[in-house]
Design a protein around this ligand. Sequence first.
Ligand code: NI
Length: 203
Amino acid sequence: MGHPVLSQRAEEVADPTAPEVSRLVAAMIETMEDADGTGLAAPQVHMPWRIVVYKVVAARIDAGVEAEAGDSGDEVAASREVPTTAMINPVVEPLGEETSVDFEACLSVPGMAGPVRRSDRVRLTYQTLEGDTVDREAEGFHARVLQHECDHLDGILYPMRIEDMSQFGFVDELNKGRDGPESQDSEDQIEVSDAAPDEETSD
Ligand code: NI
C-alpha cells in the first residue's frame, strides 16, 4: 500500500538535536497544517526516521465521554488540548486492558476510512528537538492519534488493523450509508483526517 517506505520499520534518530532533524520536523508540520491534519509521521513524507508531529485540538476531544465529575465537557476538552508537538523516537505502550473502536483515516490512504480498535490509555515516551526525554500518559482521542502515528514508524497502516472489513471503504460511500432518516445529523457523517474522521483531510 503506497510508497515502499510506508511498509518499512523506520530507524531510530541518533541525534534529535541535529539541524537536519529540525528541518524535517518543520517541513512535516507545514505538510500537516496544509492537509488540515492531526498528525504526520516521517515515513508519510518518505523519510525512514522515527519522527512524528501531531496536535490535538479541543474540538476533536469527546469531552462528553471523558468529562469528570464537577467539570464541564468544554473545560475538560480545553485542558486536554495538545499544542503542535514534535516527537523523536516515540514509544507508545498500552496502559490497562480497555480498548475502543472508532473510525480512522489517513493521508496515506486517501479518501478511505474504517473502524480500528485501540487502547484507551497509553504511556508515551519520546525525545524533543532539544534532546530532552518526555514521559507522559494519554487517553481517548489523544491516545488513538499516538497509536495511529507510531504504527507508521513500524510500517503499519490502519487498514491492517481493521477487524470488520465490511466497514472499510470510501468516505463518501460510508456517509451515504449513514444518510437514513434516523441520522440527519452531520455528526454522523464521516469526514477524513489522520487518525480520526472529523476533519476534511488526513494526517
Ligand atoms: Ni496515517
